[in-house]
Design a protein around this ligand. Sequence first.
Ligand code: HEC
Ligand code: HEC
Length: 204
Amino acid sequence: MHKSATVAAIVAAVLLYGPPAPAADPPPKAALCAACHGEAAPSPYAGVPTIHGQPATALENALYDFRATIRPCRKPECSPGQSCPELDFCAIVRDLSDEEIAALAAWYASQPYAPLPQDWNPALAARGQALHAAHCESCHSGGGLSPDNQATILRGQPKSYLHVAIRDFRHDRRIAVAEMDAMIRELSEEDIAALVEFYARPVQ
Ligand code: HEC
Ligand code: HEC
């Protein structure tokens, strides 16, 4: 009777206030992910993207693609003096079940995003901002800072990760949505450098 009263109270609370907030506790495997992606945003390593606050669908797609080995999983890039995690990302993602992928994607998507402070070049960034507005903003909205449209947040991702990601799309190592695929292949090397500098520009 006590139990059913509790259940009734929870049902009433859900009806009154909508679905409960996402559980604060991370799924068990997130402890492994934290070694490379950090406990919170931003990512602590150059070649490792920030995954906290990214759209759930993009996170889920990425994990399925890594598991199916249709996207290259790499080692983190560690700066001199920074100790590198001794973990095999490819082996870790190969072991994830569909349920674990769904839980990890939902939990990371519920966490706050934070841009990585980096060096940036103002002249190139101004050019990059114009390119972004013309070609990328329709999906990567809010100047590349919004997780809407299921498009990954680009602003404040590590520069070297962005270079690798763009190269992967251009060299068929990663599958992009059709409209972006065409766009990203038309960019010159200078355009790419400019876009990356814009994404590295500090957020006011
Ligand atoms: C040994 C280090 C390491 C560990 C541990 C690790 N990752 Fe990664 N992860 C990386 C690297 C490096 C990349 C970038 C790969 C590339 O070059 O595209 C990455 C990329 C990703 C991406 C793609 C993000 C994007 O923006 O496309 C997701 C999602 C991800 N990891 C989730 C996880 C989850 C969830 C876990 C734990 C189950 C985990 N990772 C554990 C190193 C790691
Ligand atoms: C038609 C919508 C659309 C347009 C336009 C678009 N993108 Fe994307 N982009 C996406 C989506 C959706 C993803 C998430 C990838 C996934 O789920 O596979 C993405 C992912 C990316 C990633 C990978 C980020 C990561 O964390 O790995 C990069 C880099 C990127 N886009 C750059 C660009 C640039 C630069 C432009 C403009 C030249 C652009 N995109 C235009 C939809 C778009």
